[in-house]
Design a protein around this ligand. Structure first.
Ligand code: SAH
Length: 210
């Protein structure tokens, strides 16, 4: 079930759920999600669900990956993107196809190192992976046109807002388990403009590294 038919079915489902960017749908169709999960789960790779990736973490649900990517893209071209919470790297590789340069941070060392190997094997040389606490951002490469956070803090991390370029967008789940909201924050001349996108369920954004 890693066939083109399974992928087409997933894309049809994403479209029905409200993803309208043909660019994003096309990328979802062509990105091999089964390569990011354990072989034992590969037959479920094109189901629209989160799946375990070890270390108590999950690969994000395809709908959420598409939704967040679309939300980042809507405000304009993405030259530099920061991703916080790379996990297995599926979202990372989607971002690598819409941005010129991707910087990705993961706090679990084993996941960060597996992702580096995976990216090399897939020839994604314009992605840099760092093992660290992503709530601090990656100041050296700031400012970013887009920042995507795949784990939920209780409030908006100030350091990430500071690293947005003018017009840049931060797409982030915020809140405690059971009451998280997906938000898009855009940096404007006047300050920050906040939009509510969806109700979501992410693992918590944790401090420190592991
Ligand atoms: N999009 C990823 C989602 C992984 S789950 C995927 O599809 O695989 C969220 C990830 O965020 C986990 O791997 C977790 O280790 C990581 N994470 C949690 N807090 C973090 C932090 N402060 N900095 C960086 N990564 C963090």
């Amino acid at each position: 079930m890693t066939s083109q038919r399974a992928r087409d079915r997933l894309v049809a489902q994403l479209r029905e759920m409200g993803i309208h960017s043909s660019r994003v749908l096309d990328i979802m169709r062509h990105t091999p999600r089964h390569l990011f999960i354990d072989e034992a789960l590969a037959s479920r790779a094109y189901e629209n669900t989160a799946l375990p990736i070890g270390h108590g973490q999950t690969i994000s649900q395809p709908f959420i990956v598409a939704r967040m990517t679309e939300a980042l893209l809507e405000g304009g071209p993405l030259h530099k993107v920061l991703e916080v919470g790379a996990g297995c790297g599926y979202q990372t590789v989607i971002l690598a196809q819409v941005a010129d340069q991707v910087y990705s941070i993961e706090r679990i060392a084993a996941l960060a190192s597996r992702l580096r190997d995976r990216l090399r094997a897939m020839n994604h040389f314009h992605v840099s992976v760092r093992h660290g606490d992503g709530s601090l951002g990656w100041a050296r490469h700031a400012p970013y046109d887009g920042i995507l956070v795949a784990a939920a803090p209780l409030g908006l991390p100030r350091r990430l807002l500071d690293q947005l370029a003018p017009g840049g967008r931060l797409v982030i789940p915020v809140g405690a388990a059971g009451q998280q909201q997906l938000l898009r924050i855009t940096r404007t001349d006047e300050g920050f403009h906040e939009e509510y996108l969806d109700k979501v369920s992410f693992v918590p954004l944790l401090g420190g590294v592991s």
